[in-house]
Design a protein around this ligand. Structure first.
Ligand code: URA
Length: 217
């Protein structure tokens, strides 16, 4: 298990260190885990990350009748927009949507240039206005933070003020990048790993989250 790290003070962070979350993460880390088992573990971990991320969502009360009595039911009053970052975030999208069926989904496609490690956008499909709407960005790996900063700037440019980055793993370098960018967002993750290596992979990490889900193409 990686050692705990300092979290930048201007970056609110929820660390989902529940044993079940850590068990799924261990399955994902294990190089022997095949694509199908990796996808299943990511789905299950996503359930736990979303569960924690949604804890503070606003709700409204609506009167209903149970078979026994009148009572007030609770439902989300402002469901978040889900934004998986392609391609690795796709593996989190279905589970997040299953937990919040009333949510809508946007998409951002960002590839990482393997030489410069810089984010290269190739697709943006988002509502024009995100004012007043919570947004959950789904990306299993917060590595350099470049793709995440790029994605969040797209959201802020559309008026978003309540953005949560939901990641299976985070590198301290990625958290530092987010903190330095001072974007006013929050992070929900199951682990802060040790560091990035020279190729920009999280250590110990789990390898390439896209390749681990879908195969190396
Ligand atoms: N993206 C990945 O999929 N894995 C890493 O370790 C870093 C970035």
């Amino acid at each position: 298990m990686p050692a705990p790290h300092e979290v930048p003070s201007n970056l609110p962070l929820v660390l989902v260190d529940h044993p079940l979350a850590q068990a799924r993460l261990s399955t994902m880390r294990d190089a022997r885990t095949d694509n199908a088992a990796f996808r299943a573990a990511l789905r299950e971990l996503t359930l736990m990350l979303i569960y924690e991320a949604t804890r503070g969502l606003s709700v409204e009360r609506v009167p209903i009748h149970t078979p026994v009595a009148k009572t007030n039911a609770i439902r989300l009053s402002n469901p978040p927009l889900l934004v998986p970052v392609l391609r690795a975030g796709l593996g989190m999208a279905d589970q997040a949507h299953a937990l919040i069926p009333e949510s809508q989904m946007g998409f951002v496609g960002i590839a990482r240039d393997e030489e410069t490690l810089l984010p290269t956008p190739y697709m943006v499909s988002l509502p024009e206005s995100l004012a007043g709407r919570p947004v959950f960005v789904l990306d299993p790996m917060l590595a350099t933070g470049g793709s995440m900063v790029h994605t969040i700037k797209l959201l802020l440019a559309r008026g978003a003020t309540d953005v949560t980055a939901i990641c299976a793993l985070a590198a301290p370098e990625g958290l530092a990048t987010l903190a330095a960018a001072n974007l006013g967002i929050r992070v929900v993750t199951a682990s802060i790993d040790e560091r990035l290596n020279d190729s920009g992979y999280i250590v110990p990490g789990l390898g390439d989250a896209g390749d681990r889900q879908f195969g190396a193409v």
